[in-house]
Design a protein around this ligand. Sequence first.
Ligand code: PSU
Ligand code: MN
Length: 306
Amino acid sequence: MNQYLDIKEEVAQALREGRPVVALESTIISHGMPYPQNVETALAVEQAVRDGGAVPATVAVIGGRLKAGLTPDEIEYFGKKGPQIAKASRRDLAVLVARGQDGATTVTTTMMIAYMAGIKIFATGGIGGVHRGAETTMDISADLEELAQTPVMVVCAGAKSILDLGLTLEYLETKGVPVLGYQTNELPAFYTRRSGFSVDYRVDSPRELADAFRVQQQLGLKGGMLVTNPIPEEYSMPKELIDAAIEQALAESRAQGIHGKETTPFLLARVAEITGGDSLASNIKLVLNNARLAAETAAEFCKINH
Ligand code: PSU
Ligand code: MN
């Protein structure tokens, strides 16, 4: 096992016994939501994973150790410290570990650490992607490269239109990452169920998701699989309202010269402020919804691999 990795005992035991485990990320806690909703959500998401029949493993870097599974106190610490904790993508991992520092893991580093720990399925809210204007800024999230090379299934609610959804899909196609729609043919757009873009395949049950992922592994294909799960209708936001908030946030980020790793957290926070917290409420609901689907899929995956 990796000498820098600590797997929480409950998680290690489940993995040994072939029981389902779902990885969760910590950038959503420290950089994706304000305190205290971030902590409440992270704990509720862990509970949703348990309700779905799996063991949650929230992933983070603490004092230079890669953690697969956090205690409630550690989750509280990540929530309280918020953006003071470094946002850790692939390029940050070695230096943070060498220095014995903390890091909030993005989709990228959560996939990496989940894979090291032997966890196959990971639930989150939204992934990073190709940013609008990337043809000049070259701002493309490392999440897309990680999906291309690390065999972990990521369950998300699609991508939000702070990104260029069309270019994000093109990039994933080039990299050979399957984009599956859960009970939909259309890529969900995070706060809304529809984007106007098609997914590669519609998949209708956790069993079908588990089967597709199992075969991908049996074929020896490297890389992950992206499952896009639409936000439940009752929590989705009016399209015009969210589009206007996103346009305003994008204009402000351009005017203020926000760039690099700050872009996504800046846009998320501004969208939440502009919508008066409505987008945060939707965000919380969709993460819970993804956690349940990931847990059910992890359970199916364990059944067919027994
Ligand atoms: N999208 C969200 N919420 C988030 C993120 C993205 O709706 O919290 C976070 C995830 O951790 C994701 C990261 O991996 O932002 C992408 O950051 P960047 O665009 O800098 O790669
Ligand atoms: Mn970026």
